[in-house]
Design a protein around this ligand. Structure first.
Ligand code: ZN
Length: 126
């Protein structure tokens, strides 16, 4: 395994460490023995050619869903802080147009991001 191949490897999909090694790790599965990659920080191990795919299929979606969850929570607090429900109609009334626009922009961003993820996941499963 050359250093050049090592340089193309993404950080560990589980802990994000870049302290990973390839040589002389072997990874065994149903197809036999393969060149493997091991994380020296958390001991994760995978086939060399799948290491970067795992990065994309686990860690990245997890980080994005965490990000979205945080944004949603933030938006709930924001809405509580800068708006109130009209007693008669229960309609949301904002303290200012700025606050309402901010909420709309972030909501739209989250919805767009979720739809991009959903379509990417459908493409990935097909
Ligand atoms: Zn790791």
């Amino acid at each position: 395994m050359s250093n050049n191949q090592n340089a193309n490897l993404l950080p560990c999909p589980y802990c994000g460490s870049t302290d990973i090694r390839t040589d002389p790790i072997m990874f065994c599965d149903d197809d036999g023995e393969h060149a493997g990659v091991e994380c020296m920080n958390c001991d994760a191990i995978a086939r060399h050619e799948r290491w970067n795919q795992r990065q994309q299929s686990t860690a990245v979606p997890y980080a994005i869903s965490e990000f979205i969850a945080k944004k949603k929570t933030h938006l709930e607090h924001y809405t509580e802080q800068y708006s109130y429900a009209e007693p008669d109609t229960n309609a949301v009334v904002w303290d200012s147009e700025f606050h309402q626009q901010y909420e709309e922009v972030i909501s739209e961003f989250i919805a767009d991001l979720e739809s991009v993820i959903a379509s990417a996941q459908q493409g990935g499963d097909a």
